[in-house]
Design a protein around this ligand. Structure first.
Ligand SMILES: C[C@@](CO)(OP(=O)(O)O)[C@H](O)COP(=O)(O)OP(=O)(O)OC[C@H]1O[C@@H](n2ccc(N)nc2=O)[C@H](O)[C@@H]1O
Ligand SMILES: Nc1ncnc2c1ncn2[C@@H]1O[C@H](COP(=O)(O)OP(=O)(O)O)[C@@H](O)[C@H]1O
Length: 291
């Protein structure tokens, strides 16, 4: 009904390995990367309004046409035409420029929310098609399932890659440019290790020797604190640690809860935005009417 308020959450992701295979003529890069979700979420509340309006509680992120939520609204409007205007309020908790996909995740949720509220009847595959122009990472966020992304990130094989361990993720408060991270890395068309085999067959104890993020080197040269934080995760007892995506956030995977909790508290004391995700976490992709 016209006065309904709709609520939903938009989740962060981390990358489990990231191979940069080739620089393409478009300037984008062919990659393969595993992705799973964190219990780190932005909260959306949406209701009808006289005109489209976006409100976010993060003054560092513009709410003008450059915002990926507004780009998603514009894309959907162009594709099928929206019947109404909405006020979209976002309680933003996922840091931007962190390699956590916060903006991409917001764009995907916006498409799913408006599809549901306006009863547009678009399938996931149609939403995935529409989402491609919004960003390389946006299609991944349409289904809410972990998996391996290839191509520029649009070709997704959904697999259950959600680790059954604790994940501690920390953002050292320095935004990393995705474009720069890719521009400064050296593609390797023949990676030494088979990413899918590692993620689905290798014991996690082996990951630190064979699971790499090819964007780390160039980012750690510019943002040293991220490299130091990766070392710190191992010092805290992580079984595996890596920068996520184009950074600058770093995550550690821990097999014992008290070791993870100790790392989480230690990093929080540094005043960095830090997240603790429990074993086997699955995002709630539901869209609900607020009671
Ligand atoms: C690095 C990754 C890993 O998951 O995520 P984040 O670190 O951004 O979370 C993704 O590849 C980022 O996806 P996304 O953030 O949607 O990238 P886009 O906005 O489409 O592209 C931003 C810029 O990154 C570069 N880019 C992006 C993806 C890709 N496969 N090759 C690239 O070279 C291009 O210079 C592009 O102009
Ligand atoms: N709704 C949004 N949330 C977060 N970042 C956004 C949003 N809209 C646009 N942006 C811009 O996108 C960039 C970060 O996008 P994001 O997907 O969070 O990248 P990353 O995964 O690298 O952190 C920043 O430059 C930010 O200003």
């Amino acid at each position: 009904m016209a006065n309904d308020v709709w609520i939903a959450d938009s989740y962060a992701k981390i990358n489990l390995g990231l191979h940069v295979l080739e620089r393409l003529p478009t300037g984008y890069h062919a990659i393969e990367t595993g992705m799973c979700f964190l219990e780190w979420r932005d909260h959306f509340e949406v209701k009808r309004a006289p005109e489209m309006k976006l409100e976010m509680n993060d003054e560092n992120i513009p709410t003008d046409d450059s915002n990926l939520i507004n780009k998603a609204i514009e894309t959907l409007n162009r594709y099928i035409g929206l019947q109404h205007n909405y006020l979209i309020r976002v309680d933003k908790r996922i840091p931007a420029g962190a390699g956590l996909g916060g903006g991409s995740s917001n764009a995907a949720l916006t498409l799913r929310l408006l599809n549901k509220i306006e009863e547009l009847g678009l399938t996931d595959d149609e939403l995935i098609d529409i989402s491609r122009d919004l960003g390389a990472d946006v299609p991944f966020f349409i289904k809410g399932k972990s998996g391996i992304a290839k191509g520029i990130g649009h070709e997704i094989e959904h697999l259950d890659l959600q680790p059954d361990f604790w994940i501690v993720t920390c953002f050292p408060n320095e935004q990393s440019s995705t474009a720069e991270a890719y521009q400064n890395c050296v593609p390797d068309p023949e990676p030494e290790f088979d990413l899918k085999k590692i993620l689905t067959e290798e014991d996690i104890d082996e990951w630190q020797f064979i699971l790499n993020n090819d964007l780390e080197k160039s980012v750690f040269q510019r943002i040293n604190v991220s490299g130091n934080m990766k070392d710190q995760m191992y010092e805290f007892g992580a079984t595996y640690a890596s920068m996520t995506g184009s950074g600058s956030a770093v995550y550690g995977i821990f097999e014992q809860d008290f070791v993870a909790t100790n790392a989480y508290k230690g990093l929080l004391e540094l005043d960095f935005p830090t997240n603790l995700t429990r074993p086997g976490f699955e995002p709630d992709y539901g869209i609900y009417r607020k009671a």
